[in-house]
Design a protein around this ligand. Sequence first.
Ligand SMILES: [Zn+2]
Length: 704
Amino acid sequence: MTDNPFFEAFSAPFGLPDFDRIEASHFPPAFERALAEEAAAVEEITQNPEPPSFANTIEAFERSGRLLDSVSSVFFNLRASRSEEALEKVARDYAPKLALHRARIAQNEALFARVAALHESREALSLAPDQLRLLERRHRQFVREGALLEPGQKARLLAIEEALASLYTRFGQNLLHDEERGGLVLETGDLEGLPEFLRAAAGEAARERGFEGRFFVPLSRSAVEPFLSFSPRRDLRRMLYEAWTNRGAHQGERDNRPLIREILDLRAAKARLLGYESFAHYQLDEAMAKTPAAALSLLAKVWEPAKRKAEEERALLLSLARREGQNEALEAWDWPYYAEKLRRERFALDAAETKPYFALDKIVAAAFAVAGRLFGLSFHEREDCPRYHPDLRIYEVRDEKGATIGLFLHDNFARPGKRSGAWMGSYRKAQSLDGEVLPIVVNNNNFARGNPTLLSFEDAKTLFHEFGHALHGLLSRVRYPSQSGTAVVRDFVEFPSQLLENWIADKEVLRRYARHFETGEAMPEDLFSRLVAAHRFNQGYLTVEYTAAALFDLALHRDGPAPDLDIDRYEKEFRERIGVPAPIALRHRPAHFQHLFAGAGYAALYYAYLWAEVLDADGFAAFKEAGNIFSPALALRLRRIFEAGDSKEPMELYRAFRAAEPQLAPLLESRGLETAEKRVEDPADWSKKEGPLSSTEKRRRRRR
Ligand SMILES: [Zn+2]
């Protein structure tokens, strides 16, 4: 027994981290030891007198950072789910150290010389396909991280990586600060027009924060969007909207805007050093899309039809607002409110009516059942495992034969100290380099707690989305840790997650699992039809807010920063340039665009969601065509994608599953958008302004 849980094997079941023992003070010594261990392991590889072989170099390198992987994954997952100042301090201290450490390894000349020698003779090494891919990707990674640079350039790159890591940490911390301190405190009288579930959630949020007898709407998407949709109080909607969209953009020491400029400068310098035209070119070189032009071309196919659809929607909302006596311009804080009203009017669909069918427990059960029918998995709750917060639920996952394949951690509620949004993380990755290592994956959501917790349809899709990532981690069957689960290129990683969303939107699944939390009754047929019909509603708005953000990201990282970049002005001019309809904001405004600036993971890669959506819409169409969304033959082929991680090329995996090239049409169809070409052929649709569904309905009738 030592006094640091990281210095011995975790004693909890399945080697789950000993959450009940781990404290912030354990991390600095654990990081120090882990960094030293990996440095020593790398030293040992480079000092090996034997000539380089795959085993003594690439495999040895795969083994080199075990403690560091363990400490880092516990640290970063814990910090995202249950932050506290002591952990934030460790992050500030260690993020730059870790970045420097990684960059030093990438620039280790002796190590690279061995990798390069192997890469040179790769065809003669009789490697298995996963090994060959690992060698090629590893070599590429070294080159992309500066292995071929001159010494002076290498030093410059090290400094850039270290500085970027600090900036990313500060960006995320500033945002967390604003999210925790922001929000709307309400009195009983302010709740007018809000459905019961929102009142209850606002009451609960207030109690958690000690605002007894009052109500609170925190700055998290799953709290903000419903309030904007339901509150008839325009003044409150505006106040909340402005707090929400100005996160990270408050003058003073926590302003994220100056950090953006520094980040962009450093990224542009890094790209130049490595011989790329821009940081966007650097990032996309490692993605399926390969070039910014290819990503832009996909976004462009969606952009014009989306804008047209949003304009149609805007006209409808405006006329509704006028009818209700609102004579001012339709502002951003009005759109969700009138959209919700119109949804109720047009489809007789009220979010308050559907919510009782989306109790959190039922949707979790639906997710588990879908995983069961597709992949034969079952989920068994474990009460005997330590947890880092009482909200956490832990499940042992078994395959069809009853063998344990991993642990699934589910952390569903918003609370102070938790990062906003929804995400999947891994405490341990599946691999079998030295015997089978089972994965431990976590899904985080930020649902507003209720009694019971009732989700919106969007929330339910988010839960399925993250669960898709979790299955990617859980089903992984690879030899090498760096090919495990979600370690695929960024514009492929959203394929499993987005694909899975289709099941919770399917009639068969909804009918069976979307049951009323009080009566247990299945969703009435007519409510279900209305829900499906309303599914395409507001897609113009949603596609515009997303696509504008993706175009913005690519432009920003392709153009590079101007010498005196004013990000607010840049955003404004960009919007004008591409013609974003006035009341629609970018889905994430720059000062809180964590995808881009709290790390480099999605920088210049935010388009990846749409890229993957081409695949997921096309992929789900395969199940539809088969007439069975649980087709065993297709599910088995799909499973191969989940199992393969990065051990195979993504398009090769996709083609093997689909037995065809992916097509764009299913995506446009699922979003209810039409191609520009279609419009030109069919000018009659232009004059039709009666509703978002009109042109689609016509088109469908004609097709029949
Ligand atoms: Zn995702």
